[in-house]
Write a protein that binds this ligand. Structure first.
Ligand SMILES: Nc1ncnc2c1ncn2[C@@H]1O[C@H](COP(=O)(O)OP(=O)(O)OP(=O)(O)O)[C@@H](O)[C@H]1O
Ligand SMILES: [Mg+2]
Length: 236
């Protein structure tokens, strides 16, 4: 079957009222300029997404997650917003370029909330907070709802990671509009989309960006997955 969409790390197939997200066995960085195939990577990211979305559902956050089969996630079909929502707890990545007065790694006084326009050629530019409303991509109400959900998700996951012994540095979320017109969390939550640290070490895609081999990076992802699974299971 032909995918509806093929991105750098996933293929999306139609599946009735749902979609199938097939997570590819590939690491990519620098807008796709660096690529490495590692067997088993897709399933690991699908497992992160399952664990964390189920956890969030329990907390009352609406997500697209239905079920997982190996490296595939069956999810509710939505109209995906062409936007990325980032929340940051510590200063890393592009925030340091924008605000050079920050010291790398410093704890932020409050979480920073950012909206970016999804566009590889433009390198996902940062928007002003009311740009999506001005452009007609979101209503005022939807924009408020997404900000509220993003900050709640950050609180829930920061707490979970802390109990597992990790710091949630920052993360990127995506939202879509489901068939009832509701805003729901979509896409993935994995070390490709968040930064996590323990004892000053990265457990996320920064390792790959910095030149670590794909198989080493995947081992680190698995260590974090195991710790989070144990924490979630102890809590349930
Ligand atoms: N439930 C859903 N309904 C509709 N589209 C979805 C859903 N979940 C995820 N998507 C979309 O599927 C795509 C996932 O593919 P992938 O992440 O590989 O590509 P991408 O985000 O377009 O590009 P990139 O390679 O930069 O990540 C994204 O565009 C995402 O918005
Ligand atoms: Mg993506």
């Amino acid at each position: 079957m032909e995918p509806i969409y093929e991105g750098k790390t996933k293929k999306i197939y139609p599946y009735g009222d749902n979609v199938i997200l097939l997570f590819k066995d590939v690491f990519t960085a620098f807008d796709g300029k660096k690529v490495e195939n590692v067997s088993g990577k897709g399933e690991v990211n699908a497992r992160f997404t399952e664990l964390l979305m189920r956890y969030l559902e329990q907390k009352g956050i609406p997500t697209h997650f239905v079920r997982r089969e190996g490296n595939r996630i069956i999810a509710k079909k939505t109209s995906p917003l062409p936007l990325e929502f980032i929340v940051r707890n510590y200063a890393y990545g592009s925030l340091l370029k924008r605000l050079p007065i920050l010291e790398k790694g410093q704890k932020l006084k409050v979480p920073v909330y950012e909206i970016h326009y999804k566009n590889d050629e433009l390198h996902d530019p940062l928007l002003a907070e009311n740009d999506p409303v001005a452009a007609g991509l979101l209503t005022e109400e939807q924009a408020g709802k997404i900000k509220e959900l993003t900050l709640k998700i950050n609180d829930y996951l920061s707490e979970l990671f802390e109990r597992a012994g990790f710091k949630l540095i920052d993360m990127k979320l995506e939202f879509g509009i489901d068939k009832n017109g509701n805003i729901i969390l979509i896409d993935e939550i994995s070390p490709d989309s968040f930064r996590a640290h323990k004892d000053g070490k990265s457990y996320d895609k920064d390792l790959f960006r910095k030149g670590e081999s794909g198989s080493k990076v995947l081992k680190r992802y698995l260590e974090l997955l195991k710790a989070l699974e144990e924490t979630v299971n102890a809590y349930l």
